[in-house]
Design a protein around this ligand. Structure first.
Ligand code: 3NM
Length: 215
């Protein structure tokens, strides 16, 4: 996959937003996100028809702005909607099976250890998510904040592997995380809970540009 897609990778479900999630997604799309993951998860999340309709609405918006649409976990729905990709964690579905079911789509896997990293590569992951770098309120069962040690180790051991950092990330962290080996950052709350989601998205984009300019 093109590593640049990971630069400003926005993740969102309706549970992550106080107002209208489609308004937030459109603001993010208009201001420079490079990839979107639909992640409807947790106590407050939608179910049934509303769950499916909301996914479709998010996908339609992403198509309008030509940004790839990734589904979190729900393989059946990813197939049904012909999503551009799927992201799975360690406790969710088996990445190898997902790769078999979706041979030509983007496959992302969350990893926290060298073993998980090696397995994800064997299973056919296109990119890995590494986190939580900082503490996060957006994932109830998130592990303890890990900093950048494993991120750097992973980037050095497999330089060609696209890596995205996740967990508590704000625009001011982008430069150092990219310096540490990340090809980009995944963000939920910094954008989804922002007073002005478009402005914050632009700040993420600018920090990525600042990093690229000094290379
Ligand atoms: N996965 P925020 S942390 C979805 O560590 C997710 O694998 C994580 O949200 C992991 O940007 C996380 O609001 C939540 O901290 C990220």
């Amino acid at each position: 996959m093109n590593k640049q897609l990971l630069e400003t990778y926005f993740i969102m479900g309706s549970q992550d937003v106080v107002g209208d999630p489609l308004f937030v997604l459109e603001a993010a799309l208009q201001n420079g996100i490079t990839l979107f993951q639909w992640r409807e998860k947790g106590e407050q999340c939608l179910t049934g028809d509303a769950y499916v309709q909301f996914t479709k609405d998010c996908q339609t918006l992403c198509k309008r702005y030509d940004i790839p649409f990734i589904v979190n976990d729900d393989v059946e729905l990813a197939i049904r909607l012909n999503a551009d990709g799927i992201h799975v964690g360690q406790d969710d579905v088996d990445a190898k099976k997902v790769r078999e079911q979706l041979p030509h789509k983007i496959l992302g896997v969350s990893v926290h250890t060298q073993d998980e990293l090696q397995r994800a590569i064997q299973d056919g992951a296109d990119y890995v998510g590494i986190g939580p770098i900082f503490s996060t309120q957006s994932k109830k069962d998130a592990k303890k904040p890990a900093g950048t040690t494993f991120l750097t180790e992973a980037a050095q051991s497999i330089p060609t592997l696209p890596i995205v950092a996740i967990g508590g990330i704000q625009p001011e962290h982008v430069y150092d995380l990219r310096q540490a080996g990340a090809d980009g950052v995944s963000i939920i709350s910094a954008i989804s809970k922002a007073e002005n989601p478009g402005e914050v998205t632009q700040a993420f984009r600018k920090e990525n540009e600042r990093f690229l300019q000094q290379l």
